[in-house]
Design a protein around this ligand. Sequence first.
Ligand code: NDP
Length: 249
Amino acid sequence: MARLDGTVALVTGASSGIGEATAVALAAEGARVALVARRRDRLEALAGRLGGEAIVIEADVTDAEQAKAAVARVVEVAGRLDIVINNAGVMLLGSAVDAPYEEWERMVAVNVDGVLAVTHAALPHLLAAAETADRRVSDVVTISSTAGRIARAGSGVYNLTKFGVGAFSEALRQEVTQRHVRVGLVEPGATVSELRDHLRPELRAAQAKRFETMEPLQATDIAEAVVYMVTRDRRQAVNEMLIRPTEQE
Ligand code: NDP
């Protein structure tokens, strides 16, 4: 029997990178996965690879109504919700002085508002799952970043969003942990994905150079960390995992 047999997991940003790898890894552990992102074609392709059980939900998490509807849909189709992976995110680096303000708005919208909207909608279902399901524990894991621990020049608003979700997670953890909803944070360092494709060209080049100085993590490395967290016995909550490429300073 796989460790997550009978559970239902919702993964935001499942159309690429860390979210996609995490959805694959959770499904391999037996979870029925709900794949949430805007690019339906990518989600359909992934669902095809995973087999018949995956649930595809096209949604923009920055729209609270869409986030709420996504959660409701999962519960309608699958009957419950045990695991939420708040993974959707954008990283639009650059110095504050030169930054287009829309980039800041976008980061706050996806990395903060998206996490809040999905978590808010999911909490009643996670509390219910922790009380009634066989597993008697449920999980919210948010993908933060090393940028949620260390602020750097050129990364201020990204830092703000990731420090912010860290603060929210810790406060929420204290509120719900006695009801067996575990609240965790995974903080990756440089990981191969599409995250840097959205940078302005000059910044993309700088990031590509930075990658040349190290062997970066693969999305599957982070997926393994998530799986580790959500497969612990219910007495054990792994609240935080910081994972960097060995060569990252
Ligand atoms: P990708 O760009 O590969 O994936 C980002 C995902 O977020 C995509 O699936 C995208 O789907 C989704 N997304 C973006 N905007 C929205 C939206 N408005 N609504 C729904 N989904 C959205 O990057 P990563 O896999 O690297 O990023 C995943 C997480 O990991 C992010 O939170 C990022 O901050 C974090 N992280 C990444 C690191 C790295 O080096 N790669 C390091 C540290 C943290 P779609 O466009 O289809 O909507």
